[in-house]
Design a binder for this molecule. Structure first.
Ligand SMILES: Nc1nc2c(ncn2[C@@H]2O[C@H](COP(=O)(O)OP(=O)(O)OP(=O)(O)O)[C@@H](O)[C@H]2O)c(=O)[nH]1
Ligand SMILES: [Mg+2]
Length: 254
């Protein structure tokens, strides 16, 4: 949770698995002449799934690995055997992660609860084997469906921290100091403005092993909306906080 490790915006590439091919097979066995079509279906390609994890606080893991691929489905085979599905790939993300389309900037999903899953790239469906295509006029179809290809896309993961309490105040108000005494976090504290450049999070332990999370964000000054100071980029990290704690120095005139 040090400042350099706070990552709240990443672009990733995901490719889901192709569906397996349906099989074209005619049953041939001793004593069963003209056994008919028995080619099985292809398996589904693996999905790429984002999954909420309450133990994560940043998108740091995505800073180093940005390409994700899931397995293809296996092809169908004789005896109406269905090919195995490709394994899904799970991307663990902190609660408050938003998945966006980089082209339209549209929000596709938002992960807010632990273990919540959303498929962000669907594995292709497996093709149907030839035994499905048997009909009175076509007793031995030599045709099966190909599998449907997986999807390949770019996505943006953006984090809005879901802390319980957000600290808001002018630079130098003492926000990081308060965080440092209430929690085990060790934010940088100094007697100049904009010491804090990225959000810090801390966990406050209180009676009966309960806890809540405090978010300390960079100071905000008048005109932040026009980009003064660090602007209001970090405000999104307190947008979802249940409580906002405004810190005003006791010796301030206003
Ligand atoms: N006198 C006094 N000084 C304080 C108190 N709390 C913090 N300070 C001092 O005020 C200065 C700024 O404290 P920070 O905790 O870094 O303030 P901040 O709000 O996080 O500031 P930015 O990160 O720059 O926005 C430091 O020199 C602290 O030691 C307080 O209660 N009383
Ligand atoms: Mg600070």
């Amino acid at each position: 949770m040090t400042e350099g490790n706070f990552v709240d915006y990443v672009k990733i590439n995901v490719t889901s698995g192709n569906g397996g091919k349906g099989s074209v097979h005619l049953r041939r066995e001793k004593y069963i002449p003209k056994g008919g079509p028995d080619g099985g279906d292809g398996g589904r390609g693996g999905h790429i799934i984002v999954k909420g994890n309450k133990n994560l606080w940043t998108l740091l893991g995505f800073k180093f690995k940005r390409h994700f691929k899931s397995e293809h489905g296996e092809h169908g085979s004789k005896n109406r055997s269905t090919g195995a599905d490709g394994a899904d790939v799970f991307l663990d993300v902190p609660l408050g992660t938003i998945v966006k389309d980089p082209e339209t900037n549209e929000v596709l999903f938002e992960i807010t609860t632990h273990d919540e899953e959303q498929i962000i790239a669907k594995g292709g469906q497996g093709g149907r084997g030839n035994w499905h295509f048997k009909s009175p006029t076509q007793q031995t179809p030599r045709y099966a469906q190909p599998g449907i290809p997986g999807e390949e896309k770019q996505l943006i993961l953006e984090l809005k921290v879901l802390a319980d309490v957000g600290l808001v105040g002018f630079p130098n108000a003492g926000k990081s100091t308060l965080l440092s005494v209430l929690t085990a976090a060790k934010p940088k504290i100094a007697d100049y403005e904009f010491t804090t450049l990225k959000p810090n999070l801390g966990i406050v332990q209180y009676r009966d092993f309960q806890s809540f999370v405090i978010a300390d964000i960079p100071g905000i000054i008048e005109g932040a909306a026009e980009g003064k100071g660090l602007g209001h980029y970090f405000l999104r990290h307190i947008e979802r906080n249940a409580t906002l704690l405004f810190m005003v120095p006791a010796d301030s005139k206003d």
